[in-house]
Design a protein around this ligand. Structure first.
Ligand code: FES
Ligand SMILES: [Fe+2]
Length: 384
């Protein structure tokens, strides 16, 4: 017997997009509907209109400090390499050989004097220029100047390196907008990279982002340990430009010793920058979360951890801090995978939003709708 086709498959992409009302004020608004999370056509549209047009973080400035240091990444399905030149200029390129399209750089990161394609040995300079091609004598109408690696825009902010596949995009600082001024006083540049953890989750990337942006709504229910150090009633949610800042005063906790010892300071700062980057800060601590779509119902989330002290004597404390984070992540992962199953159910359409808690989610959904619908609203969407 043939399996019944889900109802949304009978809808056109335009109909699916039209089923979300991005003009509704928060008190009347709903989430983006289920098909936005489960229809592969929407995922492909996101690749084209969101991930190919926004600034995407690919790594850290400290990985690209010296001439020849390089870093490989995938952005919107495109292989990318960023490299510091001998002239100290940071550049990025499509990591695609102009000969027969092999990946020129195959290591995730490192340092090199030239970029050497492993397939037939073509060499490119750190500035992307094609330097040499073995056994290519006698080839006519071949202009070496025109066959360098194809450049991609690259810019940095704080400790982070970003690329943008769209040659027309506004500069990174314009894209980040007010986020730049909000993060500056936290002095994250004084922190040092410690470790990375990668989670593969069976949910659409937006489910993870929604979970992050619910204004602490789920914290007392799902994260009992974390909940004990946050003053939940005082939790604030601010939307501006393309970012949302969720923040909470911290309280001393005896309830959960490990959380209390590793989540310190006066306030917790949780920044989300559209579409897929989070920056979480406590005193002497930062982690970033980069949410990368894999397919319509899978994503990878990369957590990078930073501390004020990464010396050997701080190692145990830092490891304990990561373990606390890991427990919170496990709690979130389970619920995200559950939600993905629910979003596919014929019983679900869209959900309403808490006015007190879920303004950040609405900002996300409006910005996304603006990009997917391709209207002028894609550049700036005011929050209520
Ligand atoms: S594909 Fe790179 S040298 Fe042939
Ligand atoms: Fe959570």
């Amino acid at each position: 017997m043939l399996e019944e086709e889900p109802e949304y498959m009978a809808l056109s992409v335009e109909q699916i997009l039209a089923s979300y009302d991005d003009a509704a004020p928060l008190a009347e608004a709903a989430t983006i509907p289920g098909p936005w999370y489960v229809d592969a056509r929407i995922a492909e549209l996101e690749r084209q209109t969101v991930f190919s047009k926004t600034w995407q973080m690919i790594g850290r400035v400290d990985q690209l400090e010296k001439p020849g240091q390089f870093l490989r990444a995938t952005v919107a399905g495109e292989p990318i390499v960023a490299v510091r030149g001998n002239d100290n200029v940071l550049r990025a390129f499509y990591n695609v050989c102009r000969h027969h399209a092999a990946a020129v750089v195959t290591e995730p990161c490192g340092q090199a004097q030239i970029l050497h394609c492993p397939y037939h040995g073509w060499n490119y300079g750190l500035d992307g220029a094609l330097k040499g091609m073995p056994e290519f004598d006698g080839v006519k109408n071949f202009d070496r100047q025109q066959n360098g690696l194809v450049p991609v825009r690259v810019e940095t902010w704080e400790k982070f390196v970003f690329v943008n596949l769209d040659p027309q995009a506004a500069p990174l600082h314009d894209f980040l907008g007010g986020l730049v001024g909000r993060v500056a006083p936290l002095e994250v540049s004084k922190l040092h990279y410690f470790d990375r953890k990668t989670y593969n989750i069976a949910c659409n990337w937006k489910v993870f982002v929604d979970n992050y942006l619910d204004g602490g709504y789920h914290v007392p229910h799902l994260h009992k340990g974390l909940s004990s150090v946050l003053d939940y009633k005082q939790y604030t949610i601010e939307n501006e430009d393309r970012y949302c800042l969720q923040s909470s005063p911290m309280v001393a906790s005896n309830e959960d010793a490990a959380t209390g010892a590793t989540r310190k300071g006066d306030r917790a700062w949780y920044f989300w920058q559209y579409p897929n980057l989070m920056i979480n800060c406590y005193e002497g601590y930062m982690d970033t979360n980069l949410v990368l779509p894999v397919d319509v119902d899978h994503c990878t989330v990369i957590f990078d951890f930073y501390f004020s002290d990464v010396s050997e004597k701080a190692r145990e404390y830092n490891a304990q801090s990561l373990a606390v984070g890991d427990r919170v992540q496990d709690e979130d992962l389970g619920i995200c995978e559950d939600v993905q199953r629910g979003l596919k159910s014929r019983a679900y359409g869209a959900g309403r939003l808490s006015v007190r808690r879920e303004a950040g989610e609405q900002l996300f959904h409006r910005l996304l709708a603006g990009n997917l619908k391709g209207g002028p609203g894609s550049a700036a969407v005011a929050a209520d």
